[in-house]
Design a protein around this ligand. Structure first.
Ligand code: BG6
Length: 456
């Protein structure tokens, strides 16, 4: 049997601005949401991150060393427009920073993919306007997106609008800058972000019809805990929380189950003809998603919830192992996820985040033997290959998360490491920032050069 991923498959890694750049008050940058996020004082506050702002040269060389042909990073909105507003000048220093970074990637033969907003909108828009709860912020985002598209249009073909847009449902302040999680606020922010996203798709296509824009959802696929119809129904309801955003972005209209839910919950919602037209014309070219784990859903209140992990929910799946952070490891779930998404939308897919957060030890020879990470990634790449070869899913690429160690988004920990490259910074920000290739670095290099055939 010959393993088969497309010849022009994109292999690479993925990072975000606030988890890597550091230097938050430099280069004319304004404050972003993460700069003021209250954190456990023992952990990083993202002020230094991994110092990518000054070290990207060295890091791109490492990515090139692994044979990457693709790299996903995000632009920090407040580096481009410090307060994010409509009338302030564009920060040319910020524009130049990303322009130089893109040039370096291209010179290394690596295609850039840009996420416009990865959880780090300008704090000013949050403080003064309640983030995406305000219609005004849609215009601000439109301006920001247009500036990026126009400045980088000749260099960047692949774009994503909002990272894990479905996080609004449980972490609205981070994902949309909203002040509370009440259903009306969430619905308003979701609508504004979906309109903003669709408008940016239209704008980018007008600037260059060959450019491609995708959406991005966090997709922790959900299984019913038993075959009891109550569990099946509950699972369907909860899965719709993830699908809702994707349904609008891929199909161009609000799904009936969401409209009925609003009606039941007394949420005031409407779309005028112009808004309907924007959603319809601004559908994405491809679907991208993060996949770390699966979740198990029970409708039975007597079944104990899975409280063993940060960010995981539902009940424990007895068939799966979990990471040290309680994320249940489920490679087969990735094959299922790819099939579910492809069947539902029939649009090309990209896995833009996947990986194992683990604590690594540097041994006396300055080596990191991260076989656990290699095992995790191998199994997920195999599952992805099966989805393509056996099931016929159209998959464009794979960018594993945190290809270089970075600060954890959910906890601020530095010791939750995902990278092929170790970064010598610790939770309390001590360390010299030295980069060390882990065993997984050499393994991934082999995977890429064999186009996914050699996974040993
Ligand atoms: C995704 C985010 O939800 O998960 C990333 O897009 C994040 O920003 C990643 O880092 C892993 O989560 P964590 O909490 O382990 O950093």
């Amino acid at each position: 049997m010959e393993r088969k991923l497309p010849k022009d498959f994109y292999w690479g890694g993925s990072v975000s601005s606030f988890q890597t750049e550091g230097h938050r008050n430099e280069g004319g940058k304004g404050l972003c949401v993460y700069d003021v996020r209250p954190m456990n004082p023992e952990f990083s506050d993202w002020n230094d991150a991994i110092d990518e702002y000054t070290r990207y040269d060295e890091d791109i060389a490492l990515m090139k060393g692994m044979g990457f042909n693709f790299y996903r990073f995000s632009i920090c909105w407040s580096r481009i427009i410090p307060n994010g507003t409509l009338d302030e000048p564009v920060n040319e220093e910020g524009v130049k920073f990303y322009s130089d970074l893109i040039d370096k990637l291209l010179a290394a033969g690596i295609e850039p993919m840009i996420t416009l907003v990865h959880f780090d909108m300008p704090y000013h828009l949050v403080k003064e306007y309640n983030g995406f709860a305000s219609r005004y912020v849609v215009d601000c985002f439109e301006r920001f997106a247009k500036v990026c598209f126009e400045r980088y249009k000749d260099k960047v073909e692949y774009w994503l609008t909002f990272n894990e847009i479905n996080c609004i449902d449980f972490s609205g302040w981070v994902a949309a800058g909203i002040p509370n999680q009440n259903p009306q606020t969430i619905a308003d922010a979701a609508k504004n972000q979906l309109i903003a996203s669709a408008k940016s798709v239209i704008t980018l296509h007008n600037i260059n019809p060959n450019n491609k824009v995708g959406n991005m959802i966090g997709y922790g696929i959900k299984y019913p805990n038993t075959c009891h119809p109550n569990d099946i129904l509950k699972t369907w309801e909860e899965a719709n929380e993830d699908y809702f955003y994707c349904d609008v972005q891929a199909r161009g209209y609000y799904p009936r189950y969401k409209l009925k839910e609003y009606e039941r919950n007394g949420v005031v919602f409407s779309l005028n003809d112009k808004e309907k037209e924007i959603l319809k014309s601004g559908t994405v070219d491809f679907i991208s998603f993060s996949y770390y784990m699966s979740n198990c859903i029970s409708a039975d209140p007597k079944v104990a919830p899975n409280q063993s992990g940060n960010m995981s929910f539902g009940v424990k799946n007895p068939y799966l192992k979990a990471s040290a952070w309680g994320w249940q490891i489920d490679p087969k779930g990735l094959r299922i996820a790819l099939n579910y998404l492809y069947d539902r939308y029939q649009k090309p897919l990209m896995v833009v985040e996947n990986g194992l957060g683990a604590q690594d030890e540097v041994d006396e020879n300055n080596k990191i033997h991260d076989t656990y990470r290699i095992d995790y990634l191998r199994d997920h790449i195999l599952a992805m290959e099966e989805a393509v070869r056996i099931d016929g899913v159209e998959l464009w690429g794979y960018t594993s998360w945190g290809c270089i160690d970075l600060v954890s988004a959910s906890t601020g920990e530095m010791h939750k490491r995902y990278g092929f490259v170790y970064v010598n910074y610790q939770d309390d920000c001590s360390g010299n920032g030295e980069r060390i290739r882990k065993d997984s670095f050499y393994w991934y290099k082999k995977v890429i050069s064999s186009q996914g055939r050699d996974l040993k």
